[in-house]
Design a protein around this ligand. Sequence first.
Ligand code: LFR
Length: 474
Amino acid sequence: MRKPFHCAAIDLGATSGRVIVGTWADHRLELTEVHRFSNAFQSLGTHDYWNLPGLWSEVQTGLRQAVTQFPGLASVGVDTWGVDYVLLNQAGRLVFPTHAYRDARTQPGLRRLAGAPADLARIYAATGIPNVFYNSSLQLAEVVASCPEIRRLTTRCLFLPDYFNYLLSGRMENELTIASSTQLLDVHAADWSHTALRHFRIPARWFSRPVLAGTLLGPVVGLPELEGTQVVVVPGHDTAAAYDAMPADPDGGDLFLSSGTWSLVGFESDRPVLGPEALAARVANERTGDGRYRPLTNVIGFWLLEGVLKSFPDRPQKEQDRARLNAAAAARPAPKQLLDTADPVFSNPPSMRAAIDAQLRKKGARPPKDLAGYLRLICDSLGQGHANAKADFERMTGRKFKRILVVGGGSRNPLMCQATADAAGIPVISYRLEGAAVGNLARQLIALGAVEDLATFRACLGHHLEKNVYPPRA
Ligand code: LFR
């Protein structure tokens, strides 16, 4: 037996983060979660910001735990949610506070682009990314327009995984998957789009040509406990990492759903999906760690539920109570009117329950009376949103999907999985898997030479995973 490899995945989500050690031995991955913590943006005045020092401190705590439990930790990789960034000067100091993507500051820019169809089509043709409120393009355009001095102060823009890689290794690099979430990357190349940068008036000198997953950044610096541990570039975008963890059939017949705060429905492809129909269906042509395409649609996800729960002080806290709530929701009749999940009113409303109620009333429907009613409505609406995405992809590409594979927190929600299978008419296979962390680990193991390639990793993973199958009901 070869010596086992231990690698640490730092996986930062918008509502929680974790450090997970993966141990690879005998073609099998063992996971040990060494640290988990919550995350949330905070408001200051009328804006929303991330607490980066807090996150960095949690990352360090996690890494110390990792190396204590697994001396000889071979490597570490970082993935985070998409689109958010830091602006730095040459000395690596932050020159602007780090806004959170739900900050309403992008709304005027969003409306401006939506109201200029020729620009919208040009930017979509150049980047393959639709006009969404959180895009880094809109965020950076807003900073440059409202604080013009920032052009002089900034020498570098790093997206969050790039920034954590810099803190760990001292090297400033942009990574491809996270770059592809920005609406600033050239959809036909693995480099920045001058069309987009010019349009949003963002200086091209802030970026470097993105590197691919597998690039070695050198040893960890500044954390003596981790001497000798390598920093490996992994797919920095959590959704790209989660897609890597899908135990997919190599024949391309699987549709992927990374289900959590967001529902990301998509597939892997050698080409982007472009044109007016793709733009109307809000297809985002994000990239895989090695530069292929991941056309996907962002369906609002369990953000709806996270918001609604705030209106119910008696919401379930324990696993048992959550199971009871799920059962109560499943026993309800299917709602006659589903939510339009693409409605931007759900992006960051003061009250999610009020936003849902208002949309239902506008459609002439009555709002649910209790939490079980909302849960049923949300699961069925997400299921329909996922099925619509599948139908759009099939129409646009001529493909026929045979199964939907689900990873992420939502894979534990049988109601949503069943609703998706029913609406899409194909089986849903859910895996209890921290998708992003596992994809992050996969790319480290490949870079270290412990695993041959992603197909090999997926095949090994598929043999050992616990799964639930939800056949569609007529
Ligand atoms: C999921 C995710 C999605 C992205 C959203 C905002 O965590 O990364 O892919 O659309 O967050 O960045």
